[in-house]
Design a protein around this ligand. Structure first.
Ligand code: AMP
Length: 220
């Protein structure tokens, strides 16, 4: 199954993509996670991306398209993927179309996670992630069992540098300007569905599964 998760930062795309990977075995392809890993390694990609990510701006399209092209060609993504954080601009969406067409692949569903700006701000400013594997927590909505420690691997939790209030504001502006047109780009296609992203993780997960099922039935 080839899926795209769209929505503002903090809408829950990463949390839901990870759940789908764990429970359904569809690989999560998160460009944000890939960039953060590259930055932690100090690789060439990481060095190029660092300034943009830290300012809450977008990494240039040509860089991101090359990253995704290489990632989707890897064996685990050959039979399906959940794109989380890509495409974020119209040129990225157009490049993805070309890439999939060339590979003879099709999108099965594009899920748009719909959430109010107010909830987005509350979610982002309370978000903490584990240093080891990026498991996501929220001080209020999804707290870890032990303060400051990941439930899964026990590693230390930290706040993403770009979840600071000034940067969050910038990321939301960039989202409205660059990524909302991408939502409109896919909305006109048959594969598009809106998911109500308010509420708890398991509730949203059930809506995600139901939406994917409906899409698959319509396709069959
Ligand atoms: P995320 O974890 O998806 O919120 O991404 C974190 C940051 O990585 C973003 O604020 C951007 O700076 C960068 N980034 C992630 N995905 C993309 C993309 N598709 N295009 C450009 N920049 C991206």
């Amino acid at each position: 199954m080839n899926l795209i998760f769209l929505g503002a930062p903090g809408a829950g795309k990463g949390t839901q993509a990870r759940l789908l990977q764990e429970r359904e075995g569809i690989p999560q392809v998160s460009t944000g996670d890939m960039l953060r890993a590259a930055m932690a390694d100090g690789s060439e990609l990481g060095l190029r991306a660092k300034g943009y990510v830290e300012r809450g701006e977008l990494v240039p399209d040509d860089v991101m398209v090359a990253v995704i092209e290489a990632r989707l060609a890897r064996p685990d993504a050959r039979h399906g993927f959940v794109l989380d954080g890509f495409p974020r601009t119209l040129p990225q969406a157009e490049a993805l179309d070309v890439m999939l067409e060339r590979a003879g692949r099709k999108l099965d569903a594009v899920l748009y996670f719909d959430l109010s700006d107010e909830t987005i701000l509350r979610r982002l400013t309370g978000r903490w992630v584990c240093r080891q594997a990026g498991h996501i927590y929220h001080l209020e909505f999804n707290p870890p069992r032990q303060r400051g420690r990941c439930d899964v691997d026990g590693s230390e939790l930290s706040q993403r540098a770009d979840d600071r209030p000034e940067t969050v504001q910038r990321r939301l502006e960039v989202y409205h300007r660059e990524t909302e047109p991408v939502v409109e780009f896919y909305r006109r296609r048959g594969v598009f569905s809106t998911v109500d992203a308010e509420g708890g993780i398991e509730d949203v997960h059930r809506r995600v599964l139901a939406t994917i099922r409906t899409r698959m039935e319509l396709r069959a």
